[in-house]
Design a protein around this ligand. Structure first.
Ligand code: SF4
Length: 233
């Protein structure tokens, strides 16, 4: 997961991480309270009006910006308003609509296959539990958790590049994979995981960016073990 782990290789930072006078769970509680206060009712920036549209948008957003996805989805949803229509779509037609999105060929195949599965195996209804969502083509644990947390307000953490970066900079996880980081955050925070996911995404996207984070305007800088890597901005 990106180069974020290289930020923590110096002995100096390991020492900083261990030196804290507070217990890790107390620090996590403080961070959690601050994020929930700062990002009340945080929502995805993907545009959607029902669970089908959300699932499609989330599938398209893998390794692509929400902004880019929001540009292509109006035409896609207009031509294919539900899984029935999408299940009968031609691959080249879907590809043509979403061609500005990363990995559009693979994503087009996954979208059509997902729609066929929903029609055949789930009576045309998008599943609303993690196990069944993850049976769908192109839907991994992260995507399933985003849909469940966003649409149904269920207590699921999802770790994308922003959540991974922020949680490591705040010393909430030192795990090397997204799934392990998800487990760390779920154990440490326990509840409000869906809200914290969206809050971390927004914070990572606009403040704690991969390069040139806005450390001078950071409401959790006291907990950060990375800030000395960046020039104050
Ligand atoms: S101090 Fe800077 S690097 Fe640390 S969490 Fe805040 S914005 Fe991110």
């Amino acid at each position: 997961m990106e180069n974020i782990l290289s930020e923590f290789k110096s002995k100096n930072q390991t020492a900083i991480a261990k030196k804290s006078k507070y217990s890790k769970s107390r620090i996590a509680d403080e961070i959690k309270a601050k994020f929930l206060q700062k990002y009340q009712n945080a929502k995805t920036e993907l545009n959607y009006s029902n669970i089908y549209e959300l699932l499609v948008a989330v599938m398209l957003s893998a390794q692509c910006t929400d902004k880019r996805v929001n540009i292509v989805t109006p035409a896609l949803f207009s031509k294919y308003p539900d899984t029935k229509a999408l299940s009968q779509a031609k691959l080249e037609d879907v590809s043509n609509i979403i061609k500005s999105v990363s990995f559009f060929n693979a994503k087009s195949r996954h979208l059509i296959d997902m729609a066929k599965q929903v029609e055949l195996d789930f009576n045309g209804n998008i599943p609303t539990n993690q196990k069944d969502l993850m049976k769908l083509k192109g839907v991994g644990q992260k995507s399933a958790n985003v849909v469940l947390g966003e649409f149904l307000n269920l207590n699921y953490m999802a770790v994308d590049t922003h959540v991974f970066r922020v949680s490591h900079r705040l010393n909430l996880s030192s795990s090397a994979s997204a799934i392990e980081t998800e487990n760390d955050l779920s154990k440490i925070f326990k509840d409000n995981l869906n809200l914290l996911h969206q809050a971390f995404v927004l914070f990572g996207r606009y403040k704690c960016k991969a390069t040139n984070p806005k450390c001078l305007d950071c409401f959790v800088s006291e907990f950060c073990i990375s800030k000395q890597n960046f020039k104050p901005k």
